[in-house]
Design a protein around this ligand. Structure first.
Ligand SMILES: Cc1cc2nc3c(=O)[nH]c(=O)nc-3n(C[C@H](O)[C@H](O)[C@H](O)COP(=O)(O)OP(=O)(O)OC[C@H]3O[C@@H](n4cnc5c(N)ncnc54)[C@H](O)[C@@H]3O)c2cc1C
Length: 404
């Protein structure tokens, strides 16, 4: 099957639109909300309403938070450039504008992607229009999500949830939280399920917000759950504990969200590269893409190497999304994309600071901010090291117990 690496025609309008929004709406308020950490970027309300409108009308596939609904039409065997590809390309454009603001977009949380991926039709309808954050991490673990100790106990028609979640992106601003909890700790990974918990439920409390290195426009909350009761209809996926299947169901969400985070890194790094190329030109360094790097100045040669790394991250990201659109299992590729783009994102943005030196480091430009913003993309949704571990396990055919 031939690969066509041009942006699909039907996605061009969406990508152009995302670029315009990034340039005219996000960039101008980027520094403001970097400084005013925890202040809600009210300018996003209008933008979010626009995105809702586009998604609602079906005019723009991928304008909103999407998930892979692999059950949609199994009989359709045609090759597609669908909503996953549209999402990663438009998310990258928005992060060319500002990653923290993209992460703060109402109703576009990682919880929304989880709902879009695994909710049943009734739940999809019920949670439509809600802003959902995602709460996995706890004080006792980060990477090892099998160690979840938040509990969900069935009591009549409700689950009773107890535990503490930390580092919940949009945890304060969202309408509901997709909480990962165990039905029975003794049964291990298979007993971990996710529940949609609405804000305002008695026993749910936002304890505090974190102060951070980057993506400071995005709120990051600590939330406690004390005898919080949710309807049993709020469990996402199957309530059965299937020891055979283990963690697979819950982990499937990551196949959708990791390419999105990879796309954020691609977009943020692209912003740094574009500005750096302009600043180098102003300083008299012209990057010539048609001439061998070793015949150019050290700065131009370094820039070309960064471009090549960036391109590799971008191509892996497109591949992972395209596979999801075409219902191909993409866990390996999603982790490859996240590992590569996450690392390249951090490396490119920091190298751009280096290339521009004092101009890169000062607050007059956004280069120093992008270097701070990009680091998180190599940490959340599974760190660099964890992605490499997943890739190694998949390539070697080893289980998580066999390769830790
Ligand atoms: C700004 C921000 C937003 C976040 N948003 C969310 C959110 O919305 N929802 C949510 O649930 N979580 C969120 N997180 C949490 C994030 O997913 C975790 O920080 C991440 O999973 C890493 O966990 P940890 O910080 O406990 O690090 P650890 O797991 O303690 O890891 C520390 C270091 O050890 C490495 N390491 C760990 N295990 C291994 C291993 N087996 N092999 C090799 N190296 C290993 C890691 O790669 C890392 O470098 C967020 C975090 C931040 C900082």
């Amino acid at each position: 099957m031939a690969i066509n690496l041009e942006v699909p025609k039907k996605h061009r309008a969406l990508i152009d639109q995302a670029h315009q929004v990034a340039m005219n709406m996000l960039r101008p308020i980027s520094r403001k909300y970097d400084i005013a950490e925890h202040e809600y970027p009210k300018e996003l309300d209008m933008l979010a309403a626009m995105i809702d409108g586009l998604s609602e009308s079906g005019a723009s596939e991928g304008a909103g938070a999407t998930g892979v609904r692999r059950d949609s039409d199994e009989s359709d065997k045609t090759v597609k450039n669908g909503s996953n590809l549209a999402s990663v390309t438009s998310v990258a454009e928005m992060c060319w504008g500002d990653t923290g603001l993209l992460l703060s977009m109402p109703r576009q949380g990682l919880g929304n992607s989880a709902i879009a991926s695994v909710a049943n039709d009734e739940q999809l309808e019920r949670f439509k229009g809600k802003w959902a954050s995602m709460a996995i991490t706890e004080p006792s673990f980060g990477s090892d999500s099998a160690a979840i100790s938040t509990t969900a106990v069935l009591d009549g028609d409700e689950y009773v949830i107890n535990g503490e979640k930390i580092f919940v992106t949009s945890g304060e601003r969202s309408d509901c939280i997709v909480v990962w909890a165990t039905l029975d700790k003794s049964l291990g990974r298979a007993a971990i399920k996710s529940f949609v918990v609405e804000k305002g439920t008695p026993g749910v409390k936002v304890e505090r917000l974190e102060e951070k290195l980057g993506i400071r426009a995005s709120d990051t909350a600590v939330i406690t759950f004390t005898d919080a009761r949710v309807s049993k209809e709020n469990l996402l996926g199957s309530p059965e504990i299937n020891v055979e299947q283990g963690f697979a169901g819950a982990m499937a969400t990551f196949d959708n969200t990791r390419p999105l985070v990879a796309a954020m890194a691609v977009g943020c790094a692209r912003a740094s590269l574009d500005l750096t190329r302009d600043l180098l030109r102003e300083a008299g360094v012209e990057v010539d893409y048609d001439k061998p790097a070793l015949l150019q100045s050290a700065a131009a040669a370094k820039f070309l190497q960064l471009e090549a790394d960036w391109e590799a991250g971008r191509l892996l990201t497109l591949q992972a999304a395209w596979m999801a659109d075409n219902r191909k299992p993409n866990s390996l590729e999603a982790s490859m994309a996240k590992a590569k783009a996450g690392r390249v994102g951090s490396d490119v943005t920091l190298s751009c600071v280096e290339l521009c030196a004092s101009v890169g480091y000062a607050e007059e430009e956004l280069l120093e901010k992008w270097a701070r913003d990009s680091k998180i993309l190599d940490i959340f949704e599974g760190t660099q090291q964890i992605q490499q571990l997943i890739v190694a396990r998949r390539l070697l055919g080893l289980s998580s117990a066999e390769l830790k």
